[in-house]
Design a binder for this molecule. Structure first.
Ligand SMILES: Nc1ncnc2c1ncn2[C@@H]1O[C@H](COP(=O)(O)OP(=O)(O)OP(=O)(O)O)[C@@H](O)[C@H]1O
Ligand SMILES: [Mg+2]
Length: 112
């Protein structure tokens, strides 16, 4: 199993959720986060003075899926979250060694 963590624009959540549903992915976690990428946020002007907004609001989506679904899920998220403008987000993938469905005690891919 792999944990696919996608940081996306909040406005893209509905499109990404639809794409994941079409890819057969139903279990997910969504977290409100703030973050910065290569541009380190952006510069704003307020009452004549300039200041830097370091952390912009983003959403983090976490899905744990079988290894065999990795590429399908990555492309579903990347296509749905893409605008082509800076700040589209990132996808990070890490291995997962175990999953447990607490209600049934199932383990592994059937529990995820
Ligand atoms: N290296 C990183 N580690 C952890 N989180 C990151 C990293 N890079 C980006 N993020 C997260 O992803 C969000 C969006 O990043 P963003 O898409 O702006 O990346 P970027 O590298 O600046 O690409 P772009 O040039 O397209 O804007 C950030 O606000 C932050 O939450
Ligand atoms: Mg950026």
């Amino acid at each position: 199993m792999v944990r696919i963590e996608a940081i996306i624009r909040p406005a893209k959540l509905d499109e990404v959720k639809t794409a994941l549903d079409e890819a057969g992915v139903h279990g997910m976690s969504v977290l409100d986060i703030r973050g910065a990428g290569k541009q380190k946020g952006y510069t704003q002007h307020y009452r004549g003075s300039e200041y830097t907004v370091n952390l912009l609001p983003k959403l983090m989506l976490i899905v744990v899926v079988p290894d065999a679904s990795q590429e399908l899920v990555i492309s579903a998220i990347a296509d749905a979250a893409h605008t082509g403008e800076i700040g589209d987000g990132k996808i990070f993938v890490t291995p997962i060694s175990e999953a447990v469905r607490i209600r049934t005690g199932e383990r592994g891919e059937t529990a995820a």
